[in-house]
Design a protein around this ligand. Structure first.
Ligand code: 5RP
Length: 267
């Protein structure tokens, strides 16, 4: 096994080849959101469930407030520097190096690229150059494929999402995170040579909607989910994680996952 394989194994479970990643990197752009105000508490409580394979964190949170109960995988963000108060959230730049990620003990690095935005070119160059640096050290790169604000409609367009996933892989990402599309998502995964994970996206109306989205994505070739708001803004995050783990790693149908959710909620 080489360094790349051993680090990927810290993220994707060997038995299923899939992963449940909880993202808590939102504060870098959006500040202290509901669910991650006391981020230390969120991490320790959710990690104690043993359901989380890896966490997506910024270097600041990782260094100062990350105290998991176990020893989960860690994907460290290496792009950012744009906030909700600024002119454009897609104007990200590189904020770390693979050497820093390694020295902090991260297992993988994440960089965003914004397809169709004014910053498409620069963010793709950043992705490609970070891939080069990552591969020197056998560190996997998660390509976080975002879209510009004006491209909101395109999030639902499988052709556009397939373009983004493929472009991220072509620029050297080893794992892709992108949006789930209700139609033709299998075309997104089929056209991408590296594992595709879906983003949780804005809070779903119900936990059942979240479970259905994840189940459908898995049926269409997704290798798991990188979810934030739908977990830590859920009224029952611990129960929901158990149900999501069932879908991702135990082959549950939506009905079985929903049943487990109910049982866990009742305690
Ligand atoms: C923000 C991100 C988030 O980590 C990612 O979108 C997952 O979080 P959520 O499930 O809340 O969408 O990359 O740039």
């Amino acid at each position: 096994m080489n360094g790349m394989e051993s680090r990927l194994r810290r993220i994707f479970r060997k038995e299923t080849g899939c992963s449940l990643v909880v993202a808590i990197d939102h504060g870098m752009a959006l500040g202290p959101m509901t669910g991650i105000v006391d981020i230390q508490k969120t991490v320790s409580e959710l990690d104690a469930t043993g359901t989380v394979d890896a966490w997506l964190v910024t270097k600041g949170i990782y260094t100062h407030a990350f105290e998991p109960a176990g020893s989960p995988g860690v994907i460290m963000r290496a792009s950012g520097a744009a906030t909700i108060a600024g002119p454009d959230l897609t104007h990200e730049g590189i904020t770390s190096t693979v050497e820093e990620a390694l020295s902090l003990g991260a297992d993988a690095v994440a960089v965003s690229a914004f397809i169709g935005s004014d910053f498409e070119h620069q963010t793709l160059v950043d992705t490609a150059m970070t891939a080069t640096a990552c591969h020197k050290w056998n560190v996997p790169l998660l390509g976080v494929m975002g879209l510009g604000k004006t491209n909101e409609e395109k999030k639902k367009d499988p052709k556009f999402i397939a373009l983004g996933a493929r472009v991220g892989a072509e620029h050297g990402a080893d794992i892709i995170k992108t949006y789930y599309t209700e139609t033709d998502f299998e075309k997104v995964t089929a056209g991408c040579p590296v594992p595709v994970m879906i983003a949780g996206g804005p809070k779903c109306e119900t936990d059942l909607d979240t479970l259905e989205m994840i189940y459908n994505a898995l049926q269409q070739g997704a290798k798991g989910i990188v979810m934030g708001r739908n977990v830590w803004q859920s009224p029952h995050p611990v129960a929901l994680l158990a149900a999501v783990e069932g879908l991702i790693h135990a082959g549950f149908k939506v009905r079985e996952a929903a049943q487990l959710l109910e049982e866990k909620i009742k305690g």
